[in-house]
Design a protein around this ligand. Structure first.
Ligand code: FEO
Length: 398
């Protein structure tokens, strides 16, 4: 990543990771960036670092602007290793006068690096520090998405360093939203929200409200991943407002895995029935769709129909893994149903319905099972099931 000046004396100095394709289970087909920001003032200050694998790029970028030994302060907005992995190296080089972080941040830094004597300075929401010409205001964003998380706001320039919030796993040579393909940026923002922040919707609502009440005069939102928002700030704030209200479209996802194609054929018939009722639908075969892409669809669809064969009195592993993953995000405000083929015991449908109920998804069909291979009458029943679901969803006005 080349360095980019966000405002006079404020630089993006992080790294682009063009190659990463897995981020703790989240598929990152478009790579990512680890953003880090340098402010040149009376107190030279670095906001967050980068994943350890990219520390040389960070040091090179800082060195293109100033000798890294001249850094006075380091602000740790978030301790997850993609942002703190190079912290020990930067501390070794810069020997900073102070490291600013939340109390939970201090605890997490010690738990990660086991260095209790670093010069920590704990800050809280509302704490302000002067860098010289500029003032930094801290806003704790506990559990968004770690207990330590916080934002830093440069008051004079209206720049919000927002940590993971409003980020995207999206590797580009462009640094700003208006230099990039906005539809791609929004797609990656939705995927990021669905796979990192979905669980914390109530906290996000509170945060959006309190940031609005603070009337900060934000001119730029600089997240720790992806492009920086300067032209389309309203668009990303509106998207977070919608996502955090769990607003979803009238759309059914038929998510399935199949052993010998029987459940697959049922899935196609159910989807045909849903479509016939006038409800938009999408067929998602877990053999070819990554769970993190499926979660992105789950974010904005109001109906989840699951199909799975029974294997060893349970579910096929892909469906079991997907449900485990989805359950962690607690998706709400949705309809659900299940179907599947079986040979002798046939527990899959019951297990899927139970998983949906555990997620507080409104299960609107008992579940339809077919022994071994479906015949024409079974397909008609699948189509009918799809029609009933489609009609019910459209009539609900949800
Ligand atoms: Fe990008 Fe929570 O780390």
């Amino acid at each position: 990543m080349k360095t980019t000046e966000l405002a006079k004396g404020i630089y993006s100095v992080g790294a682009v990771d063009w190659d990463v394709r897995d981020f703790h289970g989240y598929s990152t087909y478009k790579g990512t960036t680890y953003n880090s920001f340098l402010v040149i003032d009376k107190k030279v200050t670095l906001f967050d670092t980068v994943k350890h694998s990219h520390k040389d790029e960070l040091i090179r970028n800082i060195s293109a602007i100033i000798d890294p030994q001249k850094i006075d302060y380091i602000v740790v907005n978030h301790v997850e290793m993609d942002h703190s992995g190079s912290l020990p190296d930067m501390i070794e080089i810069a020997k900073p006068e102070k490291i600013f972080c939340s109390q939970m941040g201090k605890n997490a830094i010690i738990d990660h690096f086991h260095e209790e004597d670093w010069p920590f300075e704990v800050v809280k929401s509302g704490t302000e520090i002067s860098l010289g010409k500029r003032t930094v205001q801290f806003i704790e964003t506990r559990m968004l998405h770690w207990p330590d998380s916080m934002f830093s706001f440069i008051k004079e320039d209206g720049i919000l360093f927002s940590s993971d919030a409003f980020g995207q796993h999206y590797a580009t040579s462009e640094r700003f939203d208006d230099e990039s393909d906005l539809s791609e940026v929004m797609k990656e923002s939705a995927k990021y929200y669905a796979n990192i922040l979905y669980l914390f919707a109530p906290l996000i609502r509170k945060l959006l409200k309190s940031v609005e009440e603070m009337n900060l005069g934000i001119k730029m939102i600089a997240p720790d991943h992806g492009v920086i928002w300067r032209t389309h700030i309203d668009k990303i704030l509106e998207a977070y407002d919608n996502w955090s209200q769990n607003k979803a479209d009238n759309r059914a996802l038929v998510i399935y895995d199949s052993m010998w194609h029987s459940t697959e054929k049922m899935a196609h018939a159910v989807a045909a029935g849903v479509e016939d009722a006038g409800l938009r639908t999408k067929l998602i075969n877990l053999k070819v769709h990554h769970r993190s892409d499926v979660m992105t669809d789950v974010l904005t669809a109001n109906t989840i129909i699951l199909g799975c064969s029974t294997l060893n009195n349970g579910l096929l592993p892909r469906m079991a893994g997907f449900l485990m993953y989805m359950r962690g995000f607690k998706p709400t405000n949705k309809f659900g149903a299940s179907f599947g083929s079986f040979g002798w015991s046939g527990e899959a449908v019951k297990l899927m319905n139970k998983a949906l109920e555990d997620m507080k998804i409104d299960v609107i069909e008992e579940g339809f099972r077919v022994k071994y291979v479906p015949d024409t009458a079974h397909f008609d029943q699948c189509i009918e099931m799809g029609r009933r679901i489609g009609k019910r969803v459209l009539e609900s006005g949800k």
